[in-house]
Design a protein around this ligand. Structure first.
Ligand code: 5AD
Ligand code: SF4
Length: 460
């Protein structure tokens, strides 16, 4: 369980008599969902468990994006089985998330001691499922895509620090040929602007000053407002910037094709929008981009980056890359390396292609050998590390607004995050926690930056 989720459960634990342990795999969307599942179960008396040994209920919130992620679930279930058998009062085991959605029947076949299997769209129904599972008589499987959006049935979100996630969009209609998300998370759905704004105001009222808008294809956001108009993500961000107390806004994850004029203009005109954008490109080869069904070529991406940087000159970009996509040649891979250098990504998440059953790419005959995938991954990560390091060094001497959000390892030290998500540590009093403070970057460490207060008196 993430530290923040444990804290949240502890805070709400006064009347809680049963213990819940949630293990989260995969993306930030899953981290958000795990917190919401804990919220849904709190009224039933579930509070935090320190680990699965100590839990009346365990939820594995799973990820199906790559093969390894899915296999981890089955090994974790293997470890839970004896714990459940030994526990006098029993244990409810639930498998949630995208593996549950894609392989629900298979889970119950391979692990018949699982009590509940639920997809990402049905966790607002968890209380009914728990009641059914407690009455015994077989496992509960609920992997529907219900007509009612789960957001309408979830309890209000509670803030647990100065930075929060807010889910605004779910699902994906893009159907990249390698990806399971359109199948596991379903069609694109955007929450109505009024619901998003209300949640943002509530969070800001509880001390949140940085909001990250989440969605599988977040810039495909098209929320229907009460007056019948449709809001794009750019419009939504403009309105969020008016919410009192919100000092920083981010969004993730985006598709290049959905980066419209209104959103690019927001990067120029909304100062709260942080100058750091995760814009996955996946490959630098036109041929591979085409087979991936990404619906754009490298020139389209490069022009887009130019427009974004014209709008916001201090913008830095990060990306996702897949190496060893079926049929990827040395020349295709060289195109990816060249694109990494040309764009100057400061951060990249790179993955070996993992064949996912049911996706079009899994049926392509020319799969790339594992060894070549590994070599390409290492090379790409090497180039990236150089670029990240160069960027970090270029930050030395700059003054940056840093959101100080937790105490450092040493007394009198605080850690925060720069606009570019770099961890920054500084000698500062703990009462500055939760504030955005101007810091001058002084040194680069392997995994963080060191800084000093620009105006120590103002912050004293
Ligand atoms: N194999 C490897 N990486 C994948 N991703 C999605 N599907 C696969 C797959 N089958 C990566 C993409 C995506 C990120 C979330 O995971 O790079 O942007
Ligand atoms: Fe998957 Fe993203 Fe492509 Fe959608 S846009 S199919 S989530 S990689």
């Amino acid at each position: 369980m993430s530290g923040t989720l444990a804290l949240r459960l502890k805070a709400a634990s006064k009347a809680l008599t049963k213990k819940l342990f949630v293990r989260t795999y995969g993306c930030q969307m899953n981290a958000y969902d795990s917190a919401r599942m804990a919220d849904v179960l709190a009224p039933l008396g579930y509070g935090p468990a320190d680990g699965p040994e100590d839990a009346d209920m365990v939820i594995l919130n799973t990820c199906h994006i790559r093969e390894k992620a899915a296999e981890k679930v089955f090994s974790e279930l293997g470890r839970l089985r004896p714990l459940k058998a030994e526990r006098p009062g029993g244990m409810i085991i639930a498998v949630a998330g995208c593996v549950a959605q894609a392989e629900g029947e298979e889970i119950l076949r391979r692990a018949p001691f699982v009590d509940i299997v639920l997809g990402p769209q049905t966790y607002h129904r968890l209380p009914e499922m728990v009641a059914k599972a407690s009455r015994a008589g077989g496992a509960v499987l609920d992997t529907e895509f219900p007509l009612e959006p789960k957001f309408d049935f979830l309890p209000e979100v509670r803030a647990e620090g100065s930075a929060a996630f807010l889910s605004v969009q779910e699902g994906c209609d893009k159907f990249c040929s390698f990806c399971v998300v359109p199948y596991t998370r379903g069609a694109e759905y955007s929450r109505p602007p009024a619901a998003v704004l209300a949640e943002a105001r509530r969070l800001a009222g509880q001390g949140v000053c940085e909001l990250t808008l989440l969605g599988q294809n977040v810039n495909g956001y098209h929320g229907e407002a009460g007056d019948g108009s449709t809001w794009s993500l750019g419009r939504l961000i403009r309105e969020l910037a008016e919410v009192e107390g919100l000092e920083r806004i981010r969004y993730t994850t985006s598709h290049p094709r959905d980066m419209d004029d209104e959103l690019i203009a927001a990067h120029a005109e909304v100062p709260q929008l942080m100058p750091f954008l995760h814009l996955p490109v996946q490959s630098g080869s036109d041929r591979i981009l085409d087979v991936m069904n990404r619906r754009h070529d490298r020139v389209f991406y490069l022009r887009l980056v130019e427009r974004l940087k014209a709008a916001r000159p201090d913008l830095a970009l990060s990306s996702d890359f897949i190496v060893g996509f079926p049929g990827e040649t040395d020349a295709d891979f060289a195109d990816s390396l060249a694109l990494v250098r040309e764009v100057g990504f400061v951060q990249t998440y790179s993955f070996k292609y993992s064949s996912r059953p049911g996706t079009p790419a899994a049926a392509i005959a020319q799969q790339v050998p594992e060894k070549i995938k590994e070599e390409r991954l290492a090379e790409l990560q090497g180039v990236l590390l150089e670029q990240t390091t160069r960027f970090n060094h270029a930050c030395v001497g700059r003054v940056m607004p840093v959101l100080l959000d937790r105490p450092g390892r040493h007394p009198g030290q605080m850690i925060g995050r720069s606009p570019y998500m770099q961890p920054v540590h500084v000698a500062a009093a703990s009462h500055l926690a939760g504030r955005v403070v101007d810091l001058r970057i002084t040194r680069v460490h392997p995994n963080s930056l060191a800084a000093e207060l620009v105006d120590a008196k103002a912050c004293a």
